[in-house]
Design a protein around this ligand. Structure first.
Ligand code: CP
Ligand code: NVA
Length: 307
C-alpha cells in the first residue's frame, strides 16, 4: 500500500510523473476540459485542524476528476470512539483514499499502518507534502526548470519548511533556511536529509540575507503554527529580524518570486508590500494546490490500479 505522509515517500521520478500529469490536467482544465480520471471513486478528508486551501482544493480536485469527496470532522471520533486499528480498517473498506490533517504526525503513521487504502498527509506537525509539491511546481512554472535553482526559506523550521527541504532534495533544488538557532531543523532531520540525498546542496544559517543571496524563490510561513498559539509573543520577538520585506527581497535574485503557503500574518513574517508586490506568486501558488493534488490523486490511484 502506498501512502504519502512525507515527500520522502516519493522518488524523484514519481514527483516528476506527478508534475507531468499535473501539467496536462491543468492545461486541459484552463481550456474548460475536466478529465474524468476518478469516476465513482470516493475520497475522504479527515481533518483535526482548520483549513481553507487544503480542504477546498482537494474537494474541488476530486469533483473535477469525477469522484466524490466526504469531509469527516470530529464527529467520526478518530482516536476517541474506538482504536485506530479498528477505525482505519473499517474506513478503508468504504473509500479509495484518505486525506488526513492531524495534530500529531505519529497518529497518521499509525492510521497508515492499518489502512487498506492510500493515505495522503494534508498537514501534520511534521510535514505538509501536498503544499511542498505545489510550491515546487509553482517555482518550476515561474522559472521553467528546477534543477540547480536556489530556494530560500526565512522563518520557523516547521512542517512546511521540512517538506520544502525534502522536495528540494528530491528535485535538485539548492535550499537555504534562515532562522534563529533554536528554531532551526533538529539534527535528526538534517541527518535524514543527508541520508536521503547525499548531494543535497543545503545551507542552514541565522542570517536571512545570506540565505536569500542568489535565490530565485523566497519563502516564508507563520512564526507560530496551528497549535503554537501560546508561543505567539515569544516567537514574534525571536523572529523580529526575519521578516520578508522589500529590503530582504532586494538581496535575492532580481527575478526571485515570493512564496507563502498561506494563511499569512501580514505585518509579521511578511509585509503587505511584498505580499501584494510584483514578485509575489502566492495566489498562483495557492491555485496550484488544486492542480497538483489532481496530479497526485491520479498518479496514486492509477499506481494502485496497476497492482
Ligand atoms: N496552506 C494551507 O495548507 O492552507 P490551509 O491551512 O487553509 O489548508
Ligand atoms: N505552518 C503552518 C502551515 C499552515 C498551512 C501551520 O502548521 O499552521
Amino acid at each position: 500500500m502506498r501512502h504519502v505522509l512525507t515527500i520522502f515517500d516519493l522518488t524523484t521520478e514519481e514527483i516528476e510523473q506527478i508534475f507531468s500529469i499535473t501539467e496536462d490536467l491543468k492545461t486541459k482544465f484552463l481550456k474548460g476540459v475536466r478529465e474524468q480520471l476518478l469516476p465513482g471513486r470516493s475520497i475522504a478528508l479527515l481533518f483535526e485542524k482548520p483549513s481553507l486551501r487544503t480542504r477546498v482544493s482537494f474537494e474541488t480536485a476530486i469533483m473535477h476528476l469525477g469522484g466524490g469527496s466526504l469531509f469527516l470532522g470530529k464527529d467520526v471520533g478518530w482516536g476517541e470512539r474506538e482504536s485506530t486499528a479498528d477505525f482505519a480498517q473499517v474506513l478503508g473498506q468504504y473509500i479509495d483514499a484518505l486525506v488526513c490533517r492531524a495534530k500529531c504526525h505519529r497518529r497518521v503513521e499509525e492510521l497508515a499502518q492499518y489502512s487498506q487504502c492510500p493515505i495522503i498527509n494534508g498537514l501534520t506537525d511534521l510535514a505538509h507534502p501536498c503544499q511542498a509539491l505545489a510550491d515546487l511546481y509553482t517555482l518550476r512554472e515561474k522559472h521553467g526548470k528546477l534543477r540547480g535553482l536556489k530556494l530560500a526559506y526565512v522563518g520557523d523550521a516547521n512542517n512546511v519548511a521540512r517538506s520544502l527541504a525534502e522536495a528540494s532534495a528530491r528535485l535538485g533544488v539548492r535550499f537555504a533556511i534562515a532562522a534563529p538557532p533554536r528554531y532551526q531543523f533538529d539534527a535528526e532531520f538534517v541527518d535524514k536529509l543527508r541520508v536521503e540525498a547525499p548531494d543535497f546542496n543545503f545551507l542552514s544559517t541565522a542570517d536571512p540575507r545570506e540565505a536569500v543571496r542568489g535565490a530565485v524563490g523566497v519563502y516564508t510561513d507563520v512564526w507560530a503554527s496551528m497549535g503554537q498559539e501560546a508561543e505567539q509573543a515569544e516567537r514574534a520577538k525571536a523572529f523580529a529580524d526575519y521578516q520578508v520585506n522589500s529590503a530582504l527581497m532586494k538581496c535575492a535574485d532580481p527575478d526571485a518570486c515570493f512564496l507563502h503557503c498561506l494563511p499569512a500574518r501580514r505585518g509579521q513574517e511578511v509585509t503587505d508590500e511584498v505580499m501584494d508586490g510584483p514578485q509575489s506568486a502566492v495566489i498562483q501558488q495557492a491555485g496550484n494546490r488544486m492542480h497538483v493534488q489532481k496530479g497526485l490523486l491520479a498518479w496514486l490511484l492509477g499506481a494502485m490500479d496497476a497492482k
